[in-house]
Write a protein that binds this ligand. Structure first.
Ligand SMILES: C[S@@+](CC[C@H](N)C(=O)[O-])C[C@H]1O[C@@H](n2cnc3c(N)ncnc32)[C@H](O)[C@@H]1O
Length: 421
């Protein structure tokens, strides 16, 4: 993992020297046979196509809604004078969203310096994108609310602040040179948590696997600077549980802060790739912070084991999130749905010391606060420390971990399920 990437200057791995800004590194698939490279390229272009297809997809939904409405008896239609104008408003909002999505992919084509996705594998492609990819894209749009809008502040306060406060408590700036405290945020989404940690002076690296998220976080972190200069309409895809049509078409603006405002000396980076594949250097991180992440695993114990391995002796893992297993009910996918109780047992058996544990932290996730249906996650929050006085035999530990890696986790890239919103 040594090749540099886009904006922000060169890097040579998670523990390299100061960075001037976020960068993007694409981890190559190990042993990279041609077929895997071809599949990866197909996947890249499939996600680019999904971004491009958005307007058509929403347009079809709107057309369907218009057809349904026009099939009503005329006297029913006459009772509903605003429906068609609202549907045209939704179409306009989708056109606007498309412009932002175009800007995102415009900046994505060359974002990985060490990987060329070249031209598309299937240049004749004209197939519509799948509903699955469209759902991922709509979730990504809502993720802008969570991470980079004023409207997401309360949600960020409930999810990110407990983690940030714990980092500050464990590594206070009056006792540590915080620039030497390294924090890894796996499953970083659009990067706000990692960015906030870096803003406090810690060395921070986000890791993310989904191209939807990577393209979008690259855009916010490297291309946006004027506060609230961009607009999205994140709620137009929701047709049920709406009180007023203006709720459905209300905008959000982003970014609520200038992402480029980190001091030049800040060591902040983003690395693309599967967490368990990219991070295998033992004893490297002072802190691993996971937020709504561990349930994305095929086998959550593999994540726990990886975190154990990469933490320095004395390092801490801070976790907040629910257990909405992403691969549950997915055909042909390994998915081990453990209870928190079981995971807790494994954490302790591995040798972690649980220093803080709260079993009921209520949060939301990309919540539409004006929806008539709202979900609350009753999250667990904990701080687990890898004891400082362990004796390691690095070689043996490596061998053990490799043997227990699940084959499914090394399968070709797939986007996981969305969580409920
Ligand atoms: C539910 S989201 C949470 C995002 C962010 N932490 C937040 O709280 O908003 C989980 C994220 O983990 C990413 N992810 C899933 N599996 C991953 C893996 N194996 N390696 C790195 N990231 C992964 C997903 O793409 C997704 O962005």
């Amino acid at each position: 993992m040594a090749e540099a990437a886009a904006a922000g200057g060169p890097q040579s791995g998670p523990q390299s020297g100061p960075q001037s800004g976020p960068f993007y590194h694409k981890e190559r698939i190990k042993s990279s046979p041609e077929e895997e490279a071809r599949l990866e390229r197909l996947h890249f272009w499939r996600i680019i196509d999904a971004f491009r297809y958005y307007r058509v997809h929403v347009g079809e939904q709107v057309k369907r809604a218009e057809r349904q409405f026009l099939s009503l008896p005329k006297h029913h239609q006459n009772l509903l004078p605003n429906v068609l104008s609202n549907l045209s408003r939704i179409r306009q909002c989708a056109d606007h969203n498309q412009e932002v999505l175009q800007a995102i992919i415009h900046n994505s084509l060359n974002m990985f310096e060490n990987i060329e996705y070249g031209s598309r594998v299937d240049p004749q492609k004209s197939r519509p994108s799948s509903t699955f990819d469209m759902d991922k894209l709509k979730s990504t749009i809502k993720q802008f609310v969570r991470d980079w809008s004023e409207a997401g502040r309360a949600e960020r306060d409930s999810c990110y602040q407990p983690i940030i406060q714990e980092i500050q408590r464990l590594f206070p700036s009056d006792q540590y040179d915080v620039s030497k405290v390294s924090v890894l945020v796996p499953g970083a989404g659009l990067g706000r948590l990692a960015w906030e940690i870096a803003r406090l002076g810690y060395t921070c690296q986000g890791n993310e696997w989904s191209f939807f998220m990577l393209f979008s976080s690259n855009f916010v972190l490297n291309r946006c600077e004027n506060v609230n200069s961009l607009t999205l309409y994140p709620w137009i895809h929701q047709f049920s549980n709406i009180k007023k049509s203006t709720d459905q078409t209300r905008p959000i603006t982003f970014p609520d802060v200038d992402p480029q405002s980190l001091p030049l000396t800040t060591d902040f980076s983003m690395v693309a790739g599967d967490f368990v594949e990219v991070y295998n250097e033992p004893d490297s991180w002072d802190c691993v912070a996971t937020c709504f992440f561990i349930d994305t695993a095929h086998n959550v114990i593999e994540y726990v084991e990886t975190i154990w391995k990469i933490l320095k002796p004395g390092g801490v893992w801070i976790n907040l999130g629910p257990l909405l297993y992403h691969f549950e009910n997915m055909a042909n996918e390994l998915s081990v749905e453990l209870t928190y109780e079981d995971i807790r047992t494994a954490i302790l058996n591995l040798g972690f010391h649980l220093e803080v544990e709260k079993e009921s932290v209520q949060t939301t996730y990309t919540e539409n606060e004006r929806s008539m249906l709202r979900y609350v996650y009753d999250c667990v929050f904990f701080v687990a420390r890898k004891p400082a006085d362990l004796y390691f035999n690095g070689q043996e530990e490596d061998d053990d971990l490799q043997q227990s890696s699940s084959p499914a986790a090394k399968a070709p890239r797939r986007e996981g399920y969305d969580r409920l919103t």
